[in-house]
Design a protein around this ligand. Structure first.
Ligand SMILES: *Cc1c(COP(=O)(O)O)cnc(C)c1O
Length: 371
């Protein structure tokens, strides 16, 4: 077996989820575990549920179906606006989808009506991240259109922060989201079940001293999986930051000098790279490349410096103890490297920690998910 693998510690993922669920509870906030960075891996999704997440959320219908096929029957939200071409699968597999386009909502409604079910909608409001969302001034008219439709039910509103932009949500933005929820309830009567206030970037706000208002849900991925804050990139106190470990095999180690300066064809601006035009130390090649991970999202062991990467190789320079061919190197992953490696077929996923999922899968073997 190849040594190229990610070790996943399910106990640490369960612990991180429980830690966040317990701290958000006094603020009246529940947690949806976001599984998109791990491609909806059922073992990891299940660890989030065991840690107290009240539901799961993913950006891709393929990941949702992977969880359904493994027997996971909890509420799953599609948090990327559905593709018009996938509304049937969304209605079949997701309890809720996040939406911003009337044309797609109308199509979800038609599909749900045809199946004699109701599909739940969360309307995403643009609050400054400039990714998805209807403008706050269009919220009232959009809500009134949805309320007149059969086949869909408005479950709540939500907003997204710090995904496209890199700015944590301000208390003002959160207060505005709360007041939009209050205005909507005042205008239309029925209470909004969910007011979803963003992802891991909203944790400093949610756990801070200020009132959390109407916001009663966060969708957490990075904080649970990596224990880090997506804006500052710092570790969040109390959480494990090492639930995932990427291992790659060394396939060459040699002292190489560079008679000619090399122009790198894949510079990674955010990384500190060794210069290639001086006399060099020992250089190693790892059997992992850009097809398997995001080199800019890797953290190397002490004494190891990144040199460059191609589709199938990562080249590092070592100062203290060179790794021999056949040995392996332990790498830490940031979010971008984790999500690409979890999606890469050549990276094996190895789980440790107790899991009850095997029993769920066995119990559901003959019963595909149905709502
Ligand atoms: C990815 C995503 C999240 C989770 O973000 P994290 O920073 O990983 O917690 C939440 N909501 C939406 C809409 C997302 O796309």
């Amino acid at each position: 077996m190849s040594k190229l693998r990610i070790d996943v510690d399910l106990d640490k993922i369960r612990y991180n989820t429980r830690f966040l669920v317990d701290r958000l509870k006094p603020h009246g906030i529940t947690v949806a575990g976001v599984t998109k960075a791990v491609c909806g891996h059922p073992e990891i999704a299940n660890a989030m549920l065991e840690g107290g997440a009240t539901g799961l959320a993913d950006a891709r219908i393929s990941n949702v179906m992977r969880m359904r096929n493994a027997g996971i029957s909890c509420s799953i939200s599609l948090i990327r606006t559905p593709m018009l071409s996938q509304v049937a699968q969304v209605v079949d597999n997701c309890d809720v989808s996040f939406n911003t386009e009337m044309r797609i909502i109308a199509s979800l409604a038609m599909n749900a009506l045809g199946k004699n079910v109701t599909h739940n909608i969360i309307l995403m409001v643009e609050m400054g991240d400039m990714r998805e969302g209807i403008l706050p001034e269009h919220l009232e008219s959009t809500v009134s259109q949805i309320l007149r439709m059969e086949g869909v039910s408005l479950k709540g509103i939500g907003a997204n922060f710090a995904c496209l932009g890199h700015v944590a949500p301000s208390a003002e933005a959160m207060a505005l989201l709360s007041s939009l929820a209050i205005d909507t309830e005042r205008a239309f009567g029925p209470a909004l079940e969910t007011v979803s206030g963003g992802g891991s970037a909203s944790l400093p706000w949610a756990l801070g001293k200020g009132a959390t208002g109407k916001i009663n849900n966060l969708r957490l991925g990075e904080a649970i999986l990596l224990g880090t804050d997506p804006v500052s990139r710092h570790a969040i106190g109390g959480l494990y930051t090492d639930a995932f470990t990427l291992w790659a095999e060394v396939i060459e180690t040699k002292a190489k000098s560079n008679p000619n300066p090399v122009q790198m064809n894949y510079p990674i601006p955010s990384m500190q790279c060794v210069t290639l035009d001086g006399p060099s130390n020992t250089r190693s090649i790892l059997a992992i490349g850009l097809q398997d991970t995001d080199a800019a999202g890797l953290v190397f062991p002490a004494g190891v410096t990144f040199v460059g990467a191609t589709s199938d190789h990562i080249i590092v320079e070592t100062t203290d103890c060179p790794a021999r061919a056949g040995g392996e190197m332990k790498l830490r992953t940031k979010y971008s490297a984790l999500s690409r490696s979890m999606a890469a077929p050549d990276v094996a996923k190895v789980f440790r920690g107790a899991s009850a999922l095997a029993e769920i899968i066995a119990a559901n073997n003959d019963r595909p998910y149905s709502k």
